[in-house]
Design a protein around this ligand. Sequence first.
Ligand code: FAD
Length: 477
Amino acid sequence: MKPTYVVIGGGISGLAAAYQLCRRGHKVLLAESSTRFGGWIQSIPLGDGIVYETGPRTLRPTGESGRSTLLLLDELDMTGSAIAVPRTAKAARRRLVCIDNHLYPIKTGLSAFFFPHAPFYVPLLSVILKDLSTSRKACDDESLYDFTYRRFGKRIADNGIDPLCRGVTGGDAREISVKAIFRPLFEAEQNYGTVFGGMLRKVKLPEVDIKFSPHGTEHVDSTSPSVIRSRKEHWAVWSVNGGLQMLVEGLLRSLRSHQAELYLGTPCQRLEFRDGVAKVDLGRTTIQTRHVFSAVPAPALAGLLGEEHYVLKQLLNTIQSVDMGVVNLEYEGKVLKREAFGYLVPSHQGGRALGTVFDTCAFPQKNSTILTVMLGGRWFQSVFGDDPSSDDLLEAAKEEVELRLGIKVPPKRYHVSLHRGCIPQHTVGHYERLVGMRDYIRDHCLPLTIIGASYDGISVNDCIHHSRKAVNELNLV
Ligand code: FAD
């Protein structure tokens, strides 16, 4: 048996890294501080077949990281458990933006191209012309808001990108890095002068799938049944029957079958590095290992390091996360006037909600309508104070659906979660700081790899993909 590698943090990133290590025949010890595995992935089954998601709920099948998760599904023998929303479904096509308490669908058809429609109030043709006539601004990074304002105009920034950023990151587009969220758009401008020009030139490149073998990274055409199925059936987004928690259970099954040591309620308390060996203090025991994978949030890792790593600690502490209230509301029968993925609320509209997901439009569940209201995010403290109760969050969610969806009946059942520090904010300059962290780790020969939502992308796909990549790229003995 090869030596033990230690993974700290049992969210999807830590589990995915532990799984990749086990597949290579390594002995793995995974320590999770809380009483359950999965981190922010948490599906709550209610006993009668209904499932609420309190964290992530949909995954995209496309892109390198999208295909990485589909590949994982196959590796875990879970190909048949995927449930998908095709691109033609209203739950995929219709995405709403709330302006003055009205919900407007984002239109992309011919009419939107030539005529102004809410929520942008400008024809998309003029947005493209603005981009094509705006000269390149050379820079290392920029806020998502400034970038879109400059290239596409104020309406797109205010009513498109701002709410999208709130929906995806819980954050403020004026702070979030364009490179972190829309790297291809940023690079299109930097490399080709305009976004649309750059994107068109890139689209011509043939799509190559990345498949990972235990011995390194190969570029091959995908033979993954799930990738093939997702293309054939034109998936827009997908999930797993029983909720995304089932993906966590699949990983745990595999880890147990590989005899991985899995510890719950075991916080790592300190990390020390000496002569290429890591000492991992787990409270009741200290493990010596030749390499640690840290899959805990960046500030949590900073708290484990000694003052001799002051520079690294400072960089890690720049990645702060926002709080979010997540309220699942369940109603008897159909209570929505129209089908859609859900709606987002731009920050200039004020209010306490970032948006509401129409869960059962995407994945119907019996005769229920399930809505999930996302509250607070970057604005959490200013709208809820330091310590709101569950009742405060529930009332805010009920008020939201009454105001914006006209739902006056009380929910049949509900679930309220207050997620403290749940989404890391990749603010302007994030990638430069990330390079700084990795340079520090390399220059000081620390046997440490940093993975997880704090670093290379916040989506579940990104977490899985970068954990896989990190294990693959490391020259493990
Ligand atoms: P985490 O899930 O934060 O896991 C880190 C783990 O480390 C935790 O279990 C924690 O307890 C543990 N830990 C902390 N300190 C220690 C320590 N000292 N020792 C040991 N363990 C420790 N993504 C999507 O792709 N699609 C979505 O629809 C989507 N929706 C979302 C909705 C919400 C409400 C939230 C919060 C996130 C959503 N995301 C979505 C993002 C995605 O879910 C997360 O970014 C991802 O799950 C993070 O996984 P992780 O393993 O990197 O981190």
